[in-house]
Ligand binder design. Structure first.
Ligand code: PLP
Length: 397
């Protein structure tokens, strides 16, 4: 395989060998349906329950408060629609933010069509919500606050403890999409007053196709998928036993080495940001400088086209992502970057780099050197940049 340098851990991560090793027997030997009564079925059921314990332990919940799903998106759908439908008689107002992942935003848009009223909170230029604005948005019809733990594009971490306290004070359920936070931030759902929390295994070195939803035992929520009685009647469908074993092992491993991993990511991230700010002019760090995910650096490179930047990086074997939607063929800039007030030219030229356990300082040196070359080259084609360069030369005369 060509020499790939992977800096897109917010998109997905490589499944760890140890995780895969624990999963394999549930494809080949103990392949029984977890609902079957004979021995290989019972073994599957036992493995599912052990994984549930591991997930619960990692976030300090009770085991029976964990429900397995197919991904983070499903967990978000189940949390928000599940609470909305079960609490209709209490109220029909939901509060969320403008910078949520589409799994939350589109779920809220869907509910709006069904008569629910949605408030989308603004964020400041760092991507932070305003606690006062949240409190002012609450009405006697509010049943749910859904605010992401950490943003997938700019990495900003929200004041979750304060949000939890407000939700508790007003007797409103608090859901957080922690898909990007799990494995990167220590989370104690009891201490943070979180009622529902979504996660997805492939973001923390587990397999794709399995997620989990924590739902506090006293939360009233409905299933959203009809079928069998799996997951205590809340999520129909034969359990993805191998995947569930994978999420359990992956979450256990990520919290076992948490401090070391966190320190490494912080060092890599800050080293990268410093190098870029020193070596390339006209750049802007997006998101909060310190209250951000340890492995996330989202930087706009002015006078450069984001898509061209990505393609040039790809030619060097570098995997990263744009903050804008250019890669998907859409010209619309990212809703997150617009929400933090970035003008669309800066929103169109952002690069999200997310570090992970295999990255080294040498990889970052290669990335930075590549970016210096590519940005210089691309700026040669920018009329605006050339004009700026001429103006500054003339004003120096
Ligand atoms: N929420 C956030 C914040 C995410 O970053 C993602 C995926 O990138 C999701 C939800 C959806 O997770 P999944 O890909 O497992 O459906």
């Amino acid at each position: 395989m060509e020499n790939i340098r992977y800096f897109d851990h917010a998109a997905t991560t490589k499944t760890k060998e140890e995780v895969l090793k624990e999963m394999i027997p549930y494809f080949t030997l103990n392949y029984g349906n977890a609902s079957s009564v004979y021995s290989i079925g019972r073994k599957s059921k036992k493995a599912v329950e052990e994984a549930r314990q591991r997930v619960a332990k990692a976030i300090n919940s009770d085991t029976k408060e964990i429900y397995f799903t197919s991904c983070g998106s499903e967990s978000d759908n189940l949390a928000i629609k599940g609470v909305a439908f079960a609490n209709k008689e209490k109220g029909s107002h939901i509060i969320t933010t403008k910078i949520e992942h589409p799994a939350v935003l589109h779920t809220c848009q869907h509910l709006a069509k069904e008569g629910f009223e949605i408030t989308y909170l603004n964020v400041d230029s760092d991507g932070m919500i305003n606690i006062r604005e949240l409190e002012e948005a609450i009405t006697n019809k509010t049943i749910l606050i859904s605010i992401m733990f950490a943003n997938n594009e700019i990495g900003t971490i929200q004041p979750i403890k304060q949000i939890g306290e407000i939700a508790k004070k007003h007797n409103i359920y608090f859901h957080t999409d922690a898909v990007q936070a799990i494995g990167n931030v220590k989370i104690d759902v009891k201490e943070l007053n979180i009622d529902l929390l979504s996660m997805s295994a492939h973001k923390f070195y587990g397999p794709k196709g399995v997620g989990a939803l924590y739902v506090k035992s006293d939360v009233k929520f409905d299933k959203i998928q009809d079928g069998g009685h799996q997951e205590r009647n809340k999520r129909a469908g034969t359990e993805n036993v191998a995947g569930i074993v994978g999420i359990g092992k992956a979450i256990e491993l990520s919290y076992k080495n948490f401090d070391e991993y966190n320190k490494k990511l912080l060092e890599l991230r800050d080293y990268y940001i410093k190098q870029i700010e020193e070596k390339i002019p006209y750049v802007k760090l997006n998101g909060h400088r310190t209250k951000r995910l340890p492995g996330n650096a989202n930087i706009s490179f002015k006078y450069v086209d984001g898509e061209a930047l990505l393609l040039n990086l790809d030619m060097k074997g570098i995997c990263a992502s744009t903050g804008s939607a250019c890669t998907s063929g859409s010209l619309d800039p990212s809703h997150v970057l617009l929400a933090i007030g970035l003008p669309s030219d800066l929103a169109q030229c952002s690069l999200r780099v997310t570090f992970g356990e295999d990255n080294t300082k040498q990889d970052i040196d290669f990335l930075v050197d590549s970016l210096v070359d590519i940005v210089n080259k691309l700026r040669e084609n920018s009329q605006e940049y050339k004009q700026l360069a001429n103006t500054s030369i003339n004003s120096e005369k």
